[in-house]
Write a new protein. Sequence first.
Length: 216
Amino acid sequence: MDVDDFVARYPLLWHMADPHNHTGIAARGLLSTSALLDLFEYSGAEREAIERRHRPANVVIRHPVHGTAVVRDQKPLTMRGLRESITDGTTPEDFLHFLNRRVFFWLTESRLRRMNAARAYRADEKLVYVLDTASLIARHADRVLLSPMNSGATLPYPHPRSVAMFKSVADYDFAARADRADPVVELTVEGGVPDISAHVVRAEIWRGGERVRELR
């Protein structure tokens, strides 16, 4: 599938974040966990615990200039599940590091709704960005990779996964997944989207799988 066909099929993207991060995202863009840790000058064991270990809860990071940011939890994932599901010899720690270097977008609102309504998240308000796919890919195509699954979840079942399953739009095997309800599950961007404001269609607050209000 070429980029034009991909954009026609998936004209919008959805990203869920912690509402606390809205001001920071407006100021510096949507950064990956690794890029945030670079900006906040985290290193050593403190950084490794965030970047290469499972995060069962949100982690608040702090910096004297940049203030605070919330690094979201990884409740849908377990280290055991990663050990059981990774098929290419990558260690769970290296796989987490790969994920943390990227930001993730759903390609359907139904996926966003399902995640937002999950037991772990349904009680809290979440910030949701809706982005224009064509605009984002036009600016960041060289850093975009697609995933055929929710790569950050091993619950309820640890489906096989690998770093190699992430493919560019040009290299992604759409034909092999044409019979699936969601031939593509995630769009990822390495490093993040520093110019996210140029691609946002709207910003919303969601809770319990439902849109609560639009942010102005």
